[in-house]
Structures are given as structure tokens and as C-alpha cells.
Design a protein around this ligand. Structure first.
Ligand code: FUB
Ligand code: ZN
Length: 612
């Protein structure tokens, strides 16, 4: 098993281009926008534990703790890079409140203190362990940002309580969390505080999953939270997508920590099952609103796609772990697909509003005639909202954008890997690396490495890239171009040809049969009616279509156009007619990055086009 090391956030700076811009919006706008909506909706106030059924305060939801935890984690990443007294004070204030309201026995959960205190650890779906997991991730981020371990110490007491209840006394009504997350969080905690008890608890939850448990028995229900089989025997991705990928992330951590090959094998299969059969071209997963879940292979309806932002984030987290334990560029390709498409479509360009579901097709007409939707499915919303009743996605986006630096590089004693091309610099083990690029606007990347002579530099060659040049000798290794670092100050340029390309789906994908989508490098494109005044579903693109493209400041990316063929309506005389009588005419089709759809009012939108 491979064991590459991540470069920690404190040693990586995103310095230029697409991600510098995104991080700025995240830091200057989004973190406050999410904070303000969480204030308005009572989520922060809930940490006062003042709710009573009589006092008019909103009843805390049973996983509000996790919404705030993800906000705290995001704010911690932000202050780690840009000190900010206001954010730091807010974080400290919440930590104070957690300390103040923590039970003597270590337990902490708002809902199960002010609403259902007698039902602690009785309902497997009530997310107490999920909330603890997110609090742990926040505490680790806060420790990394400030060096202060107060938050970790508070949660350490809670973890001891969990160990007592679940492992020693076995007095809880269930054995494993209904929503995974604590497993990966315990591994993160172990990285900064290497106390074996954390790993043992993570391992306990992983090993117990899929064994006999109260409330199990219904196959659908068991799959929903990945309890249908023991984890090492899971090879097909099933159930709720966010749950699944948080679990798989914890499994990857366990495989790495214990060199557990059987676990790694399961992780590989689960990854391939999603990447090859269950993922939208945007990286979105979750073909159905029902259970927010995977369905069957190749079932990828575009208009009713669930494709939750959190699910794309969770899959990026899983892939990012896999890239370090099973070297293969497909994992960083997956991260790339997510970060340029299914994840950032979740936040508006101004950073203030969010999608939960990320559909790949909008036909506004369908929203007034709901009978067009399959029974059991529903249409996603067409405009981003500032907050949701279940608002898990907004603070998840803020945390991954703030922490994106940790996805760029990894290394071992002999090699330095560049997985993502972002203008950035990093230092580790006495070496430094600096990347200059406008990627994904173009495919030119300039890399400087200092103090790493005789090591090797491995540059990912993305799966989308058909032609590239490197200014130094290289050989290919598992999807990476491997280059000898020949001098103390070493400079190399990678030039990837990046042109618009028509992409077809596997013919088993019924929704996309005979159709094509447009990608330019890692960025998926879509057409919106606001730019194209005709029925988008009627537009056909020739397999030989010529594209033009130009950079747009508005989208911080290229916009494209090509010729499309439309029905000439003057030749349409009836509802049905001989096909030979229907004439075509040509029109210009304008395409914008998929991540930027729904930023200019409600509009029809389409990713897949019929081809000629
Ligand atoms: O249950 C917690 C979060 O809310 C899940 O991860 C999301 O899918 C949403 O259901
Ligand atoms: Zn979500």
C-alpha cells in the first residue's frame, strides 16, 4: 500500500488565479453570509441552550450542531491563512458555550439536552455521533490554526464518554452511527493528537457496521446507511451518498493506518463503482431524491438529479485520501471533476447563495406541470437559496474552498506529487514548490522546485488531456509524468492542450443516449436560455462542430460558442408530420461553465445535447 503524505494547510498557500479568487469570495463574503443566515435561523443561538417549548425560540434541529461545526471548521481554515479577530472571537464564543453546556460526563448535543434529554443514544438516526464528528473536525482545524487545544480537550471528554457507552458498557440502543462521519473525524484527530483510543474507537465503529444491530432487517433501510454488509465486504456503492462517502473516507483512513489490504480492496471497488457507473458528468452523485441515494448503475436522469453538493464534497474527500494510498491519477482526476463542477455549482458566483441539489437540466415548463415528473421523484429548485431548513451544504462548501490547499500536493521521501494545478506555493521537509498557472483557463503550468535535487517530481496528466508537452525528460507512472529533479533550483513547464471537446456517455446511460456534453479541460459546460433564445432541447451539435472560446471576467473562466442545428419552425405544419418535411436551420449556441448556471435569474439549462 502506498503512503504519501499530505502537505498541511499551514504550509500551502493558494496564490493566484481561479482558486485565489474563489478563496477571496469565500473569505470576504461566503463565511459571513452563512454566519448571518445561521444567526437568523437560530442555529448560533441554540448554543445558549435556552430553548424551551414555551419561549418562542425555534426548536433546535437534531443536527444543527453539525451546521455550526462546519462553519467553525471553515472559519478556522480562514483564520489560519488570514488572521481575523472577528471570526476568531466568534469561534471562541461557541467553544465557550460548548464548554459551559457540556455535561459532567462529557456528553454534548443541543437537541438531546433541550428537547429530548431522555433519549440520548437511543435513536440511530439522530446524528449525535455525526455531530460529534463534525465538532472534532472543527476542533482539529482550530488547533491547527491557533495551536490551542482547548476545543480538542473538551471533545476528548465527550469521546471518553462515547467509548464508555458504546464500547465498554454497550448501553446505547444502537452500535454504529446512522450517519457516518465520526470515523474519519477520529482519524483526523489522531493525526494531531496520536492517542490510540481515537483510532480504536474509529475501528470499532467501522468493524461493527454491517453486523447485527437493533432496527436492522429491512434491506432498503440497511443499504441506506451502508449497514447491509461488513465494510470490508462492501464493493458496490449503495444508499445515501453523503453517508456512503464519509464512511468510505473513514475506511480509507483505516486502510492507511493499519495497512489493511482487504479494506483497501473494498475502497478501490467502491470508488470504481461510483466513477464508472453512478456518477454524473459533473461529478454529482445521488440519482434520486428518494433517500438522497444511489440507485442502479447508469441511472442518471438529468432533470431530477439529486447530486447534492455535500455528496460531491464527500466523494472528493474520499478520492483525496485514495490518491495517497493507491497511487493512480484517477483519484486526483475525480477531485478535479468535483471541484470544478459539482462542488462549486453549489455556490453562486457572488458567494451568497447555494444549491443543495445540482441538476443537469432545467426546463422551467416542468415546474408548472409537475405531472411530467416520475412518481417518487421531484424537481430540484431552479435558483440558489441563502439557507435551507436542512442547510448542510453551505458550510460544507465554505470548508472545502478554505481548505482546498490540502488537495494540491503530496510527497514521500523521494517524490513530490502535484495532483491539482492551482497557482500556489508550498514548503515541506526543507523543500519548496511553486506553481504558476491560469488553469483551468488554459493548460500551461510552470513549476519551480527548490532544495529537492535527486528527488522526482510527478505531475498528474489529467484523463481529459490528449496531448501535452513537458520541458524536461519524463516517463509515465500511473497517470503521472515522472521527472528527475536535476538541480537545486529546478524549473519545468507542462503545457496541456486544452480545447473544447464533445463528450459522450456510456450507452447504458439512458438519459444521455445519442447525446454529447461539452468540456474544456476539467470544466463542464452548459447552455442557458438567457443566452440562447430557442428551445435548448431542440439544439443539435455536429460531431465536427468548431468551437470558439474567450475568457470571461464574469465567470472567471472561458465561455464557448459553436454552431447548432435547430428545427426551422416555418417547416413545421402540424403536431406530427413526415420527418423528411422538417427542415433545419443553424444558430449559434453559447455555452457557459456548468458551475455558473443560475446566476442570472431563472432559466432553462441543459448539459447534454442531441448530436448530428
Ligand atoms: O443528515 C445530515 C445531512 O443532511 C446529510 O448528509 C445530507 O444528505 C442531508 O440529508
Ligand atoms: Zn448537503
Amino acid at each position: 500500500m502506498d503512503k504519501l503524505k499530505r502537505i498541511e494547510l499551514k504550509n500551502v498557500d493558494v496564490t493566484q488565479g481561479f482558486w485565489e479568487n474563489r478563496q477571496k469570495i469565500n473569505r470576504d463574503v461566503t463565511i459571513y453570509a452563512v454566519r448571518d443566515r445561521f444567526e437568523d435561523t437560530g442555529r448560533f443561538k441554540a448554543f445558549n441552550f435556552s430553548y424551551t417549548p414555551e419561549n418562542g425560540e425555534p426548536m433546535p434541529h437534531y443536527f444543527w450542531d453539525s451546521d455550526i461545526a462546519k462553519w467553525l471548521e471553515s472559519a478556522a481554515y480562514i483564520i489560519e491563512k488570514s488572521p481575523n479577530a472577528e471570526l476568531q472571537e466568534k469561534i471562541e464564543d461557541i467553544i465557550d458555550k460548548i464548554e459551559e453546556h457540556q455535561d459532567k460526563n462529557g456528553y454534548f448535543n443541543i437537541y438531546h439536552t433541550v428537547v429530548e434529554p431522555d433519549n440520548r443514544f437511543k435513536n440511530r438516526d439522530h446524528h449525535e455521533l455525526y455531530c460529534l464528528g463534525h465538532l472534532i473536525e472543527a476542533a482539529v482545524a482550530y488547533y491547527n490554526a491557533t495551536g490551542k487545544d482547548r476545543f480538542i480537550n473538551i471533545l476528548d471528554k465527550y469521546i471518553d464518554h462515547v467509548i464508555k457507552v458504546f464500547v465498554i458498557e454497550k448501553s446505547s440502543a444502537f452500535k454504529t452511527p446512522g450517519h457516518e462521519e465520526i470515523e474519519l473525524a477520529l482519524y483526523r484527530l489522531y493525526e494531531v493528537r496520536p492517542d490510540e483510543k481515537y483510532v480504536k474507537l474509529a475501528e470499532f465503529f467501522l468493524n461493527e457496521r454491517g453486523k447485527k444491530e437493533n432496527g436492522l432487517g429491512d434491506w432498503d433501510r440497511d443499504c441506506y446507511n451502508q449497514s447491509h454488509a461488513e465494510v470490508r465486504d462492501q464493493h458496490v456503492a449503495m444508499g445515501h451518498c453523503v453517508r456512503a462517502n464519509y464512511l468510505y473516507s473513514g475506511m480509507a483512513d483505516e486502510a492507511r493506518n493499519f495497512g489493511d489490504e482487504k479494506m483497501l480492496e473494498a475502497c478501490r471497488d467502491l470508488f470504481d463503482d461510483m466513477a464508472e457507473k453512478k456518477m454524473y458528468i459533473s461529478g454529482g452523485i445521488g440519482s434520486s431524491h428518494h433517500g438522497e441515494a444511489f440507485t442502479i448503475p447508469y441511472d442518471l436522469p438529468n432533470d431530477t438529479a439529486y447530486a447534492e453538493t455535500c455528496a460531491s464534497i464527500a466523494l472528493a474527500m474520499f478520492a483525496n485520501r485514495m490518491k495517497d494510498i493507491d497511487i493512480d491519477s484517477k483519484y486526483a482526476d475525480m477531485v478535479e471533476r468535483q471541484i470544478y463542477n459539482g462542488i462549486i455549482s453549489g455556490v453562486s458566483l457572488d458567494g451568497k447563495s447555494f444549491f443543495y441539489e445540482n441538476p443537469l437540466e432545467i426546463n422551467l415548463d416542468d415546474h408548472v406541470r409537475h405531472t411530467s415528473v416520475k412518481a417518487g421523484d421531484r424537481l430540484p429548485i431552479t435558483q440558489r437559496l441563502e439557507v435551507f431548513g436542512c442547510s448542510c451544504c453551505p458550510p460544507n462548501v465554505t470548508r472545502i474552498i478554505a481548505n482546498i490547499g490540502e488537495y494540491i500536493y503530496s510527497y514521500d521521501d523521494e517524490r513530490i506529487f502535484v495532483h491539482q494545478y492551482m497557482g500556489s506555493s508550498a514548503s515541506f521537509d526543507g523543500s519548496c514548490i511553486n506553481v504558476e498557472t491560469h488553469y483551468p483557463v488554459d493548460g500551461k503550468v510552470k513549476i519551480n522546485v527548490a532544495n529537492a535535487k535527486n528527488k522526482r517530481l510527478l505531475l498528474r496528466i489529467p484523463a481529459w488531456c490528449e496531448s501535452f508537452e513537458i520541458s524536461a525528460g519524463y516517463k509515465m507512472f500511473k497517470g503521472y509524468a515522472e521527472i528527475e529533479i536535476a538541480s537545486d533550483i529546478f524549473e519545468v513547464e507542462l503545457t496541456m492542450e486544452m480545447l473544447p471537446v464533445l463528450v459522450a456517455a456510456n450507452p447504458h446511460v439512458r438519459a444521455d443516449a445519442g447525446a454529447a456534453a461539452v468540456m474544456m479541460g476539467p470544466v463542464l459546460y452548459c447552455a442557458e436560455k438567457v443566452d440562447n433564445d430557442f428551445d435548448l432541447w431542440d439544439a443539435r451539435i455536429s460531431k465536427n462542430a468548431k468551437f470558439t472560446f474567450e475568457y470571461s471576467d464574469v465567470f472567471n473562466a472561458n465561455i464557448l460558442s459553436c454552431e447548432a442545428s435547430l428545427t426551422d419552425e416555418t417547416s413545421v405544419k402540424a403536431l406530427y408530420m413526415p420527418l423528411r418535411d422538417v427542415k433545419q436551420k443553424s444558430a449559434s449556441l453559447k455555452l457557459i461553465p456548468y458551475f455558473a448556471f443560475a446566476n442570472r435569474g431563472e432559466s432553462d439549462m441543459r448539459v447534454w445535447f442531441k448530436t448530428l
